[in-house]
Design a protein around this ligand. Structure first.
Ligand code: TRP
Ligand code: SF4
Length: 340
C-alpha cells in the first residue's frame, strides 16, 4: 500500500555539495523545503561529493568527514531515510558513466555560456579552475538529475541555469536516441525554492565564505553570543533612538523564526524605543534555540556509524534506480548492456 502510494507520487531529486557542517542559510534555502516535500513526493536527496572536487580538488583531507557531517545535518533537519532515498554521489558510480555519455552530445559552447562559469573562473582567486572538471560540472549535475528521471528539481534561483542546461542535454539525447520510439530522459522542471532573506551576523547574506553563519550545530551559548554581536538598524545609535525592524537584520530573523506575539512586541518596542537591542536580540536567540535544539537532539541520536549505514543503504537503493535508467540509456544508444 505504502509502495503503491510512492509510485504514484511525482519524483523529485536534489542535492548539495558537502562543504562541511550546514548553517541556517543552507537550512532555509533548501533543507527546510526538502523536509516538507517528503509526504507529497517520491524523494531522492543526495550529497554531491564529486562536485566538491570540481573546485577543491587540491586538498581532499576532509572529503569523507564532510559528507558524514552533511548527512547528519540532513537527518537532524528531519529528512527521513524511511521516506526519502538519501545517498552520496560517489557511491553511485554510474553517474560518471552517464556524464561521459552525455559529454559526447554536449557542445562546449553550452558549458561556456553557463553564467556561473566565467563568473567563478574570475572570482575564485587562489584556485586554478581552468580544468576540464570545472567546465564540465554543470553536465555532471545534468547526469545526476537525468539519472533519476525526476519530474521536478527543487533548487534555488542560482541553480536554474543548470536545470536549463539539463533540459537542453535531455532534448538532444532524446532527439538522437529513443527506446522503441519512446523518450528515455524526460525534461525535468526546476521547482523554485522560496528563498526568504536570511542575513548573517554581519547583515550580509549568510554564507560560509563571509564567516557570518549560525550553524545548525551551534550550542545555545554560542547562538546567544553570535546574536549579541549581530548588527542592527544603524539608525538606533542610542538606547533612546527609535529603530525599524524592517531595516534590521535581527528584525529579519524575528520575521522568520519568532511567534506573531514576539514579532508584535519587537515592532512596537523598537519603533517606540521601548525595548533595547540587547533584549530584542535575546528574544531572537530564544526563537533560534527553539528551532535548533530539537534538530540537535535528533542529531545526537545518530552515531557516525549510523550515518554511514544510512548513506550505504540509501546509496544501494539509488544504485538500483540508477541502473534502471542506465539500462534504458545503453539500449537506446545501442550500446552493450552491462553484465547482469
Ligand atoms: N550544483 C548544486 C549546488 O552547488 C549541487 C548539485 C549537484 C545539484 N548536482 C545536483 C542540485 C543535482 C540539484 C540537482 O548547490
Ligand atoms: Fe533591531 Fe531589535 Fe534593535 Fe530594533 S530593537 S534595531 S529590531 S535589534
Amino acid at each position: 500500500m505504502a509502495e503503491q502510494n510512492l509510485i504514484s507520487r511525482p519524483r523529485v531529486l536534489s542535492g548539495m555539495r558537502p562543504t562541511g557542517k550546514l548553517h541556517l542559510g543552507n537550512y532555509m534555502g533548501a533543507l527546510a523545503n526538502w523536509v516538507k516535500m517528503q509526504d507529497a513526493y517520491e524523494c531522492y536527496f543526495f550529497i554531491a561529493d564529486w562536485h566538491a572536487l570540481t573546485t577543491d580538488y587540491a586538498d581532499t583531507t576532509n572529503f569523507l568527514d564532510n559528507s558524514r557531517e552533511v548527512i547528519l545535518d540532513y537527518l537532524a533537519a528531519g529528512l527521513d531515510p524511511e521516506r526519502s532515498v538519501l545517498f552520496v554521489q560517489s557511491k553511485v558510480p554510474v553517474h560518471a558513466e552517464l556524464y561521459l555519455l552525455l559529454g559526447m552530445i554536449t557542445s562546449l559552447g553550452w558549458l561556456e555560456r553557463v553564467p556561473t562559469y566565467k563568473e567563478q573562473l574570475e572570482n575564485l582567486v587562489g584556485k586554478d579552475l581552468t580544468t576540464y572538471g570545472f567546465l564540465g560540472y554543470p553536465l555532471l549535475q545534468a547526469a545526476d538529475i537525468l539519472m533519476y528521471q525526476p519530474k521536478y528539481v527543487p533548487v534555488g534561483q542560482d541553480q536554474v541555469a543548470h536545470v536549463e542546461l539539463t533540459r537542453e542535454v535531455a532534448r538532444r539525447f532524446n532527439h538522437f536516441y529513443q527506446l522503441d520510439g519512446r523518450e528515455v530522459l524526460p525534461e525535468p522542471d526546476a521547482l523554485l525554492t522560496p528563498s526568504p532573506k536570511l542575513p548573517g551576523t554581519d547583515g550580509r547574506k549568510m554564507s560560509k565564505s563571509y564567516g557570518n553563519t549560525i550553524m545548525l550545530t551551534d550550542p545555545e551559548p554560542e547562538i546567544r553570543r553570535k546574536l549579541k554581536t549581530m548588527v542592527t538598524d544603524p539608525a538606533r545609535v542610542r538606547r533612546t533612538d527609535p529603530g525599524d525592524p524592517d531595516k534590521c537584520p535581527v528584525g529579519d530573523l524575528h520575521k522568520l523564526f519568532s511567534s506573531p506575539e514576539t514579532l508584535g512586541k519587537v515592532y512596537e518596542g523598537c519603533r517606540s524605543a521601548g525595548i533595547g537591542c540587547i533584549e530584542c536580540k535575546g528574544w531572537a536567540a530564544d526563537s533560534l534555540v527553539q528551532i535548533l535544539l530539537p534538530m540537535q537532539e535528533r542529531r545526537a541520536r545518530y552515531s557516525n556509524a549510523d550515518a554511514e549505514n544510512i548513506l550505504e543503504d540509501g546509496s544501494a537503493r539509488a544504485r538500483q534506480r540508477a541502473e534502471q535508467t542506465m539500462a534504458e540509456v545503453r539500449a537506446a544508444m545501442k550500446l552493450a548492456p552491462a553484465r547482469q
